[in-house]
Design a protein around this ligand. Structure first.
Ligand code: FAD
Ligand code: SF4
Length: 454
């Protein structure tokens, strides 16, 4: 009986494709207790090493067993600023759960679900502002990297100003990951908590345009953390990508999630779509496809050039997408997008692919000559990954970036420019929430060390 983990309740697939409410419903107390009791509290705890920020996993699970949710939460937040977010979106199956001892002869402990349970059930603590005793520090970008950095610095006593280009804070947590995977109320709560601590958030402020990095120093900021993410979409450079009806996943998801195009009380325009092709195999592709499905689209296809095994998306997202009726067209790659006489997308010409051994480790997809065929579609969403936006690097002297446009940093996360730090996707390229959050936290401690001369 203990070999299997406790299932979580989910909204029924037929019901959920017509709403944007959260799909996974979380554990109740009884379920969480049962699942917590599956943890063996292993002495060598490989799960801790599997967690990118080293959470004391058996420690927090023990507190659930003892029904001390406050203590479980405090153990979690020693390492993880946002357990309610990470419990929902972290790829646990490749991290802590991948190495859980329970997984050897059965299913691993559902660590992510227990993390989420803890965050959802801890009693809200009134956050008190921390009095400022140190210098001003600026943060660029309000994604998980910037929020985590701001939280630590404010707690240490710095005057923190956070600059965000968009009109709402949260980065990808707000504009990218859909409501049905990560309710925006959870992200909002984290941002409100930061404000209560004393962090000043300046929205609609593009650093590199509204204000330059050097101007921030002139205004008296002693250190700057750049957590500007990787928001510049990649395209395939195939004919037809500039036709009406081709979106980048970023634009599509921003319209749907941030600008609430699915809600008829908002004015955000979105195409009337019947047949949608989403190109890509990561979380972004799954999110775009599942959002499209909820917009009353008849057919949604995911076109991916490798096989399902190689898909970078979380297993749970692939499973949910299939349950929702999204069609997977694997080992297939678009070669051209065709238009009707009004330059609207009419179909996507694809070619079949096969995987061949490669010396680089991952099997390489190659085209099967003459296997072209067309998928009828009125909309194409390109979800091929993102690069960092070059705005800040191109408007700041002495700020080195690598060939992908990512900031180059040393082991303290300082860039090539004195007192300018960077972390998250802006340094690593598109990665994960937990890594961005971990980098933001680390940078905050490094900034403190440097400014305090430690
Ligand atoms: P971001 O979250 O990108 O935040 C950067 C912020 O900086 C943005 O708000 C941006 O507007 C702002 N900004 C940019 N330039 C400027 C400027 N010049 N001035 C001021 N502000 C600026 N990861 C997971 O772990 N699990 C998932 O399930 C998952 N799903 C994802 C789904 C989607 C659709 C996407 C796009 C990503 C997903 N990721 C997921 C990846 C994860 O969200 C990112 O790795 C993470 O958000 C990176 O955090 P960040 O703080 O570095 O950047
Ligand atoms: Fe518990 Fe699994 Fe970690 Fe062992 S490896 S302590 S069973 S979560």
């Amino acid at each position: 009986m203990m070999k299997k983990r406790i299932d979580m309740s989910y909204q029924d697939p037929l019901e959920r494709i017509s709403n944007f409410k959260e799909v996974a419903l979380g554990y109740n107390f009884e379920e969480a207790l049962f699942e917590a009791n599956r943890c063996l509290e292993c002495k060598h705890a490989p799960c801790i090493k599997g967690c990118p920020v080293g959470i004391n996993i058996p420690g927090f699970i023990r507190q659930i067993k003892e029904n001390d949710i406050e203590k479980a939460f405090s153990i979690l937040t020693n390492q993880n600023s946002f357990p309610g977010i990470c419990g929902r979106v972290c790829p646990q199956e490749n991290q802590c759960e991948a190495v859980c001892v329970r997984g050897i002869k059965g299913e691993p402990v559902a660590i992510g679900r227990l993390e989420r349970f803890t965050a959802d059930n801890v009693s809200a603590k009134e956050i008190q502002p921390v009095s400022v005793k140190y210098e001003k520090v600026a943060i660029v970008g309000s994604g998980p990297a910037g929020l985590a950095c701001g939280g630590v610095l404010a707690n240490l006593g710095y005057e923190v100003h956070l600059y965000e280009a968009l009109h709402v804070a949260g980065g990808v947590l707000t504009y990218g990951i859909p409501e049905f995977r990560l309710p925006k109320s959870i992200v909002k709560k984290e941002i409100e908590n930061l404000k209560k601590l004393g962090v000043k958030i300046h929205l609609n402020t593009i650093i590199g345009k509204t204000k330059l990095i050097d101007e921030l120093f002139e205004e008296g900021f002693k250190s700057i953390f750049i957590g500007s993410g990787a928001g510049l979409p990649k395209f395939m450079n195939i004919p037809g990508e500039n036709l009406n009806g081709v979106y980048s996943a970023n634009e599509f998801l921003t319209r749907v999630n941030l600008m609430k195009a699915y809600d008829s009380t908002y004015d955000t325009p979105i195409r009337k779509m019947k047949k949608v092709v989403v190109v890509g195999g990561g979380n972004v592709a799954m999110d775009a496809a599942r959002c499209a499905k909820r917009l009353n689209v008849e057919e949604v296809y995911i076109v991916y050039r490798r096989s399902e095994k190689e898909m970078p998306a979380r297993l749970e997202e692939i499973h949910h997408a299939k349950e929702e009726g999204i069609k997977f067209v694997l080992l297939t790659n678009p070669v051209e997008i065709h238009a009707d006489e009004r330059k609207n997308v009419k179909s996507v010409e694809c070619i079949k692919m096969e995987l061949v051994e490669s010396t680089e480790g991952r099997a390489r997809p190659v085209e099967i000559e003459g296997s072209n065929y067309e998928i009828e579609a009125d909309t194409v969403i390109m979800a091929l990954g993102n690069h960092p936006n070059p705005l800040i690097s191109s408007t700041t002297a002495d700020l080195e970036v690598n060939k992908w446009g990512c900031f180059v940093v040393d082991e303290t996360l300082m860039t090539s420019k004195e007192n300018v730090y960077a972390g998250g996707d802006a340094v690593t390229g598109a990665a994960t929430v937990i890594l961005a959050m971990g980098a933001g936290k680390k940078a905050a401690y490094e900034i403190d060390k440097k400014l305090r001369g430690k």
